[in-house]
Design a binder for this molecule. Structure first.
Ligand SMILES: [Fe+2]
Length: 176
């Protein structure tokens, strides 16, 4: 069993509706495949076009700072952020998040407890709306089929931490 961190987003109640509105205006599409079925996903949209990212980052920065501090790291970096909404019958099968140290799930709209993410390595992980669960990105996890009539919306993101210095741009493959 691997360690997971569960943190509360301090201003969740204040920012929930604002973020849901921003997400509504942000470009996205539906996914309907064997592997994943969602009402809304913007996984493939460019980060700069997502309207909610800055608001999320400013609110989760204290949580990321704390994570880096706990692990004696100096910096953290978010590589990618996306949102997904699940209506009745929607799901995301077992998967991992490649190319990052951590995966994070912010439960923005979680009307029922049993909509929580399931992990292969640990049964019964508990979190609630307004929480962010942080876990090693190689852990298999899934969003089991939503049996409720209510919508679940999460914001997921991937991050890495750095102990000495950030990797140079050329190593991260950034465009100049
Ligand atoms: Fe995931």
């Amino acid at each position: 069993m691997y360690r997971k961190f569960i943190d509360k987003v301090k201003n969740h109640k204040k920012i929930k509706d604002k973020l849901l509105n921003l997400i509504d205006k942000s470009p996205s599409g539906k996914i309907n495949s064997f592997f994943e079925k969602t009402e809304k996903s913007d996984f493939d949209i460019k980060m700069k076009d997502k309207t909610y990212v800055n608001e999320v980052v400013s609110n989760i920065a204290p949580i990321m700072n704390n994570l880096a501090r706990k692990l004696n790291a100096k910096h953290w970096e978010i590589h990618h952020m996306w949102c997904q909404s699940y209506l009745k019958g929607h799901y995301h099968k077992w998967h991992t998040h490649p190319m990052s140290h951590f995966a994070h799930i912010y439960y923005l709209d979680l009307p029922e407890k049993n909509m929580i993410t399931e992990f292969k390595d640990e049964k019964g992980v508990k979190a609630k709306e307004g929480d962010i669960i942080t876990f090693p990105a190689f852990l298999f996890h899934r969003s089991k089929p939503n049996t409720s009539k209510k919508r679940k919306t999460v914001i997921s993101f991937n991050s890495s931490i750095f102990w000495y210095h950030k990797y140079p741009d050329w190593l991260r493959g950034e465009k100049k």
